[in-house]
Design a protein around this ligand. Sequence first.
Ligand code: TRP
Length: 331
Amino acid sequence: MNKPIILTGIKPTGHPHIGNYIGAIKPALEMAKSPDVQGMYFIADYHALNTVQNAEQLRNYTYEITATWLALGLDPQKVIFYRQSDVPEVLELNWILSSLTPKGLMNRAHAYKSKVDTNKDEGLDIDAGVNMGLYTYPILMAADILLFQSNFVPVGKDQVQHVEIARDLASSFNHIYSETFKLPEYVIQEETATIPGLDGRKMSKSYGNVIPLFENAEKLKKLIFKIKTDSTPPTEPKDPSKSALFTLYKEFAKENEIKHLKQQYEEGIGWGQVKQQVFEVLNRELETPRKKYRDYMEQPKLLKEILQAGGEKAREQAQQQLRIIKERIGC
Ligand code: TRP
């Protein structure tokens, strides 16, 4: 019996931070737990190439992300966990799909479009700083998704358009060559709040306001104490729904702890005390994964083996599907 496939890619372009964990890793691991689905999670290293162009850095990010997912509970026996570049069939499909992709569709893809807009605003050539990897990024992503007949694709809001493009390309292919691809659906984690960073804006590498996931306790504490707060005096009531610290706390604390802190906000509590509580809960929840992460990072050979084993499983399926596709197109 074929279970529905949940597939998602993780780009190795930076050190994993708390925003990544809450926004992407935690919900994806939760989804993969169900016995009724087949999870396929991969490190999208080819997608990273248009920004990370240093071999050692790319390799390190790849291992960090691999170790992070494993430390947080991904079970490679259950989820097919692989590295994109270990499945070269993806690139064959990438080319096939390129041949049916209207150029105009890529002109409208948001990452490219916003780069063009910035270039225009700055009076530069519209394509300044644009490589073909950025321009055709959505086609490679469609290949990732369609090659495995994925049913569901968990993504952040910024990736929805890309899944829609994958659907469009699947439909075009089906129309030209007969029904071949399933049309994938995106799944967005609506209920997760935007995780605020140190300055209160969304936690993001590009704002430089992140809290790395596996920082040691001392550094974690320092960072939490740096989170921006307002100047309400300690005794005055505070609104938890407007507090970055509370948002963070909620993601890690237990029900009764959340209730208790909420009450303290309403009665008035000093920011220093709030920060101490946030630190204690985050540190408690991250302590074990941090240890596991360090263990994995000391065993790059093991990480490589895990990815390779996953890659073999993925390739088996990829090869089968590619045979069908090539048959359909006459290759
Ligand atoms: N583009 C995605 C991101 O930046 C990563 C990605 C690559 C992906 N291929 C994918 C996500 C396929 C879902 C499915 O986050």
